[in-house]
Design a protein. Structure first.
Length: 220
């Protein structure tokens, strides 16, 4: 367990890198409303597919990082906040993974159909592209952001009350977590930066604490 926590906690800053970088590829392309053909070519490109997979990998790293943080908190100073944070955060990420995966896959499929000559799917591309999400997608996103917000607050409180970790690092990671879950470019970029800074801060302090306390190593 100590090795899992030591290494797993670095998944938090890695998650920031992996969820931030893909937006450089995902943004700046043609809009489906004004240039549906260009948009279809963009979403069916290899670069777009790789960016989507990298973002999914970032979300998985975020899951592992938060589980490692819980592993430390649960042994260093057990609290109901840490347990609640772990359960709710896992639920938030579990709700987010299929959204990003399905949207990425659906965009590519619609792009293939459009390029095959079925121009009537352009309306569906607009609804799936973001900014003009249908009510069904907006409702689902609202629920997952709310769940993620609850998990982020719980983690922030757990770190704040831990007595061994920097309080503001927990706040920064909590902010990064919920902003990343919004799946919107600017907010996700800010969230990625928060995960890198706060995650690296927590990772260094947790590794220092485990190295300095043999009793904690045994407990963890």
């Amino acid at each position: 367990m100590p090795d899992l926590v030591r290494r797993g906690i670095y998944a938090l800053p890695l998650a920031g890198v992996l969820t931030g970088a893909p937006w450089l590829v995902l943004l700046g392309g043609p809009a489906p409303k004004t240039d549906p053909a260009g948009y279809a070519r963009a979403v069916t490109s290899a670069g777009h597919a790789v960016a989507g997979y990298v973002y999914l990998a970032g979300l998985i790293c975020l899951l592992y990082g938060l589980l490692a943080l819980y592993g430390y908190l649960a042994r260093a100073r057990p609290s109901s906040w840490a347990a609640a944070a772990m359960v709710v955060s896992v639920l938030g990420i579990a709700l987010t993974l299929p959204v990003f995966g399905i949207l990425g896959l659906a965009d590519a499929i619609l792009g293939d159909v459009y390029l095959a000559g079925h121009k009537d799917v352009s309306a569906a591309m607009v609804l799936m592209s973001g900014g003009t999400f249908s009510d069904r997608i907006t409702t689902y996103l609202g629920i997952l952001v709310f769940v993620s917000l609850v998990g982020a607050i719980a983690y922030g409180v757990a770190v704040w009350r831990s007595g061994s970790l920097p309080k503001w690092a927990g706040v920064i990671v909590a902010a990064g977590f919920v902003l990343t879950m919004t799946l919107t470019p600017f907010l996700a970029w800010v969230g990625a930066i928060c995960l890198v800074i706060g995650g690296a801060w927590l990772a260094m302090r947790i590794n220092q604490a485990l190295s300095a306390s043999p009793a904690l190593q045994h407990a963890t």
